[in-house]
Design a protein around this ligand. Structure first.
Ligand code: S6P
Ligand code: ZN
Length: 199
């Protein structure tokens, strides 16, 4: 990929990242996400007729000299699979390395976090707010609104993302539609014992 000239500026919108071919583009459609929803029959039902886009993100990994910063932009589309809202896969940073900053531009959502040591947290995401994610905590974002949830992320370069344990174990909480909007429920398939075998 072409190295971006530094310094630079770019509008914090999916359109700008798309038209500037800024960073590596990643598309996640429902078929890619089928292991990340607890209601498997709801996934299969949708896939009979369509394979909707759940989210897209652009990642610009810093690869220049010295200490740089990597950055990306994520756009989660609005929608649900059964009662569960559209969400990212979620990941750990390998070796618990590298904290991260999220800055929400548009939409509303929830940031789900947990650590292998048993700490967990769920934080509301709103435009104009900034979120500090410790490198020890897995993070997933959920779009609980009716428009795109768009946020910028900034992290130190050379971080590997670990998705494997999330595929097996999910997150401690599910975000589902309640009578008056999104609610958090316990994920019956989540097993802390499985995490104890991980470092
Ligand atoms: C990278 C950062 C984000 C996510 C993006 C997609 O450290 O946390 O750029 O990669 O939001 O989520 P996921 O879980 O599919 O990587
Ligand atoms: Zn991350």
């Amino acid at each position: 990929m072409e190295q971006i000239q530094i310094p630079f500026s770019i509008p914090m919108t999916p359109e700008a990242f798309k038209s500037n071919k800024f960073g590596k583009y990643n598309l996640r459609k429902l078929i890619d996400m089928k292991d990340h929803y607890s209601d498997k029959s709801a996934v299969e039902k949708i896939l009979i007729n369509e394979n909707p886009i759940v989210y897209e993100f652009w990642e610009n990994e810093y690869s220049g000299p010295g200490r740089g910063l990597s950055l990306g932009l994520t756009c989660i589309h609005p929608g649900k699979v059964g009662k569960e809202y559209y969400q990212t896969k979620g990941h750990f940073h390998v070796d618990n390395k590298g904290d991260e900053i999220y800055n929400v531009i548009q939409g509303e959502g929830l940031l789900l976090l947990y650590s292998k040591a048993g700490k967990q947290e769920e934080i509301r995401m709103l435009p104009g707010s900034l979120y500090y994610i410790p490198g020890t905590m897995a993070h997933r974002t959920v779009n609980t609104g009716i428009s795109n949830l768009v946020f910028v992320s900034i992290w130190p370069p050379f971080i590997d993302h670990d998705y494997e344990i999330i595929v097996k174990n999910g997150f401690p909480k599910l975000v589902v539609e309640g009578p008056d909007g999104a609610i958090l429920t316990e994920n019956p398939s989540f097993n802390y014992a499985l995490l104890k075998t991980q470092t």
